[in-house]
Write a protein that binds this ligand. Structure first.
Ligand code: ADP
Ligand code: MG
Length: 230
């Protein structure tokens, strides 16, 4: 037992250290983008500036995801209306889906009981999963979001289905490993973040895929009575 304790203490220390570094990296990133913005306004080549700003944005989001994974914030749970969350997220994707001619369908239950969850964290899960679905599509593909109760009524399910490239059996095994990505510009942190958030909510993520035909991801959120803590 002592050995195990010792190891988990060491792990916690590494996590703390990583979180500290990630946190310290974010401030200089912010000041860099501020100054690049200034250079652009002063007449520096705007194309170069935009590339730098985009890359900084990428660094920022990787650091943010990494910070969360190294030191996950406990969910700040309140009773949320899931449909409001869904429509907020869909709004974020509207321009992108229009430009890429992607059909985004929603088939949501109208009267959903309030769910006890951290609104921002659940939004993050939906955003990461929708990004993956869209990135898996050929142009003109289709993504469908639907909601329903699990067959045993213990969970509320948000399903995100795409008809994209799918994931082979071998790859499916590695999904959710840190930094596992098949994309040139991927981070391989998106799904790990989703798994962590679902774990913190006492829920799960269920991924099924058919290579070359598409992927179905189910977000299972537990239905919790007002007084019960997970
Ligand atoms: P990233 O998107 O940065 O690569 P993720 O953790 O979000 O990292 O996803 C890890 C990998 O899982 C992706 O690189 C991709 O190979 C696979 N993947 C995830 N979602 C899908 C999907 N809807 N369709 C096909 N492959 C997917
Ligand atoms: Mg991703």
């Amino acid at each position: 037992i002592e050995e195990v304790l010792y190891r988990s203490e060491k792990l916690a220390l590494v996590g703390q250290l990583a979180a500290g570094v990630a946190h310290e990296i974010r401030n200089p990133l912010t000041s860099l983008s501020g100054f690049i913005q200034l250079l652009k306004e002063e007449g520096a080549n705007p194309m170069y500036c935009d590339v730098m700003l985009r890359e900084l944005e990428r660094l920022n989001s990787i650091t943010k995801e990494f910070l969360f994974l190294a030191k996950p914030a406990q969910p700040n749970r309140t009773y949320c209306d899931l449909n409001t969350i869904l429509f907020d997220v869909i709004l974020l994707f509207q321009t992108q889906t229009m430009l890429q001619q992607i059909e985004l369908n929603v088939d949501a239950i109208r009267d959903v009981p309030l769910l006890f969850c951290d609104e921002n964290q659940i939004k993050q899960v939906l955003i990461n999963l929708l990004n993956n679905a869209i990135e898996a599509l050929p142009s003109g593909g289709k993504v469908t979001m639907s909601t329903f109760f699990s067959s045993d009524d213990t969970h509320f399910v948000v399903r995100i289905k795409d008809n994209g490239i799918g994931i082979s059996k071998d790859r499916l095994k590695r999904i959710g490993e840190p930094f596992y990505t098949t994309k040139e510009k991927g981070t391989g942190l998106g799904l790990m973040t989703c798994f962590k958030i679902m774990e913190l909510h006492g829920g799960t993520l269920d991924i099924k895929s058919d290579q070359d035909h598409g992927t179905v991801v189910d977000i299972l959120l537990p239905m919790v009575k007002p007084s019960k803590e997970i």
